[in-house]
Design a protein around this ligand. Structure first.
Ligand SMILES: NC(=O)c1ccc[n+]([C@@H]2O[C@H](COP(=O)([O-])OP(=O)(O)OC[C@H]3O[C@@H](n4cnc5c(N)ncnc54)[C@H](O)[C@@H]3O)[C@@H](O)[C@H]2O)c1
Length: 290
């Protein structure tokens, strides 16, 4: 574990940039690699703004912020960045062909000791392990959005993941200030998304049965169960297109009709109601909206 100094994050999108900043704040040298130079520039600007805002609110020391930002670097060259990485967190676009190619390159160019982790929400790391040529050093390290805030990291081992890889990944997550949990074998949705899916399915079934309004179902989740938001509010926040994507991916793995995309979510999606990001979903977020 002492050997881990340099972390490579592949993918500068929503997740990758915040994972890299978490590593830089914890004292690691972090390189962010992306095939899209515009995304790298956007990531750098975004993290600069994030840090300035935190400093402005007194939540982050200004020296700590500038030191963290100086520990970050950005590149489009994966082979070069891989050469000095002790630990890689892949957070590229959710497509198996893309991830397989990345893991093949990582397997060829990272030092022999490097652990290769995938942040994928739906693709178990066994699917990319073989391409890396070092399956025992591959696992999922699943952060939650926003990665700078959310404490949970699901560390998911596949059949060949070694105990040493699991131990190093759990410890790294702790050093990033997270509270990691271990998932002992690959299961579609891991734990958090399965729990969320079960609650959402039941909420949709209750609404379909006319048992209560979506507003009252959400209120019940908040006031009786202590959830920070109700299932419909949460689906709107995540994005109804993302909810359908996760359901499709889970259904493709399980063939269980209960996991299939819900018609009510799909109907809203078809009319462009994607949740908060489009201004409406289960609720309206325009002026005077929810
Ligand atoms: N968004 C979430 O809420 C969330 C939460 C947990 C996990 N994840 C997982 O994180 C990963 C990334 O998701 P995101 O939401 O950050 O996606 P995103 O679309 O915001 O970013 C993906 C980035 O990957 C880059 N990319 C594409 N191909 C690449 C390649 N060959 N090499 C390097 N970079 C490449 C893209 O240019 C883009 O910048 C996915 O596997 C997703 O399942 C997402």
């Amino acid at each position: 574990m002492e050997a881990i100094e340099r972390i490579l994050v592949v993918g500068a999108g929503t997740m990758g940039r915040q994972i890299a900043m978490s590593a830089a704040l914890a004292g690691y040298t972090a390189t962010v690699q992306d095939i899209n130079a515009d995304m790298l520039a956007a990531a750098g600007a975004d993290l600069g703004t994030w840090a300035a805002t935190r400093v402005g609110k007194g939540k982050l020391d200004s020296d700590a912020a500038s030191q963290a930002l100086s520990r970050l670097s950005y590149t489009t060259n994966l082979q070069e960045a891989a050469g000095s990485a002790d630990f890689v967190i892949e957070a590229a676009t959710e497509r198996l062909d893309i991830k397989k190619e990345i893991f093949a390159t990582l397997g060829s160019y990272t030092p022999a000791h490097a652990v290769l982790a995938s942040n994928s929400s739906t693709l178990g790391s066994s699917k990319v392990a073989e391409a890396s040529g070092r399956a025992e050093q591959v696992c999922n390290m699943h952060f939650f959005n926003p990665a700078l805030v959310m404490k949970c990291v699901e560390v998911v081992r596949h059949d060949l993941t070694s105990d040493a890889t699991v131990a190093v990944t759990l410890e790294l997550a702790r050093r990033l200030g997270k509270q990691p949990v271990l998932i002992n074998h690959e299961i579609p949705g891991f734990v958090a998304n399965r729990l969320m899916g079960a609650i959402q399915r039941e909420a949709l079934a209750l609404a379909d049965a006319g048992a209560a309004t979506i507003e009252d179902i959400d209120t019940t989740a908040r006031t009786a169960l202590g959830h920070p938001m109700g299932p419909f509010e949460l689906m709107d926040l995540v994005g109804l297109d993302v909810i359908t994507f996760i359901a499709e991916a889970t259904y493709a793995e399980t063939s269980d009709p209960a996991d299939a995309p819900h018609p009510r979510v799909q109907a809203l999606e078809a009319t462009g109601r994607l949740g908060r990001k489009s201004g409406s979903g289960f609720y309206d977020y325009g002026q005077g909206g929810h």
